[in-house]
Design a binder for this molecule. Sequence first.
Ligand code: OFO
Length: 175
Amino acid sequence: MISKKMEAALNEQIAVEAGAHFTYLSMATWADAQGLEGTANFFFQHAAEEHEHMMKIVHFIGEVGGRALVPAIKKPEEQYKDVLDACEKAYAHEQQVSTSIYKLVTLAREENDYVADEFLRWFIDEQREEEVLFMRIMDRIKLIGTGGQSLYYIDKELARAHAEAEAAEAAEGEA
Ligand code: OFO
């Protein structure tokens, strides 16, 4: 049975993941409206992943005898200067998410909640992968340049990142 403290902390994480889902959804629709199809698909996929993260926690809380609560979500930012700006904000967001996951792990250990500790391991790996992904994308965008003519190549780069992520997910599903 989960402690009340752990249950409350995991419920806060549900709000964090839902917030990430909304943030990436907003980046996706912004990119779509700019005609940046590759970028939009990349962020739509990321939004879907954050929804999955949220649902993992919802189901976990239920499994360990707690009650998952549906959070109120703050409206995300709607305008971005350019793709680099969106990626920088996504990276900063992921860093915050990582911090909140680490705090959950610390709490699980303080509470001797080995089940939650084990459950959270997946999120630690996921956060590392996501931070690396955004760092790589930002590096590539900086190499390509952010001028108008670079947009086509930046969009292709994000389309490639999207395709790679889809392939990795499919391979994971087959394993
Ligand atoms: Fe990328 O944030 Fe979820 O865990």
